[in-house]
Write a protein that binds this ligand. Structure first.
Ligand code: 5GP
Length: 195
């Protein structure tokens, strides 16, 4: 069994609404050993692609994304959820993202200074559920005239439509762990084979 599956079974907590809490090693406290494994797996899968940048949304995607970027030796760019006063409207690429866990919509943005048509971008995120966060990043990359090289997800909730939405866009999604279903009554997670 993979390290991430094992850790989810050991430390994951199921919340109402099919939300999986993995705060003890990925979403709050971060275990570098888990991050190293995540980095290695994403690197193995995406190493034959031309990648000039790794991109994510703050905050939970930052840890895995910086590890992967370091392995590819390229910059990591994260979309911000709040617009800093130093960023002017005309310099920004943005997308509206509805948060599944927070039940709110936020506009995520990156500065136009850090993305251009020469870029080939690997998108990394902690979870894939309805695909809102990833679709927002795809929009930003494409608005900048850049290309999406692939999407790497730590934990995919395959019973939600995120992967389907991304694949419809012709994108290659690689998830380290896929969850087929969550039985909240019995605190059980059923995994799905494949990536
Ligand atoms: P999506 O945008 O694909 O609907 O949801 C992915 C985003 O929502 C991730 O960036 C993650 O922060 C959050 N998310 C969705 N489902 C879960 C979950 O079950 N557990 C946690 N911790 N975050 C989730």
């Amino acid at each position: 069994m993979s390290y991430l599956k094992e850790r989810i079974l050991k430390d994951g907590v199921i919340y109402p609404g099919n939300v999986l809490k993995i705060d003890s090693f990925l979403n709050h406290q971060i275990d570098p050993a888990v991050m190293k494994e995540i980095e290695r797996e994403f690197y193995d899968y995406f190493s034959d692609r031309k990648i000039t940048k790794v991109m994510t949304v703050e905050a939970s995607g930052i840890a895995p994304a910086i590890m992967v970027a370091a392995h590819f030796d390229v910059p990591m760019l994260f979309a911000k959820k709040k617009k800093p006063s130093t960023l002017k409207d005309e310099d920004v690429y943005s997308a509206d993202v509805y948060s599944y866990t927070k039940k709110t919509t936020s506009t995520v943005m990156v500065s136009g200074a850090y993305l251009n048509e020469e870029d080939s971008v690997l998108i990394i995120d902690d979870f894939l559920a309805n695909g809102e966060a990833s679709m927002g990043l795809v929009k930003i990359v494409r608005d900048a005239g850049a290309e999406v090289a692939g999407i790497g997800i730590c934990v995919e909730k395959s019973f939600q439509p995120g992967r389907e939405r991304l694949e419809k866009e012709g994108l290659d999604v690689y998830s380290i762990v896929r969850i087929e279903s969550i039985d909240s009554e019995n605190q059980k997670i059923i995994f799905k084979e494949g990536h």
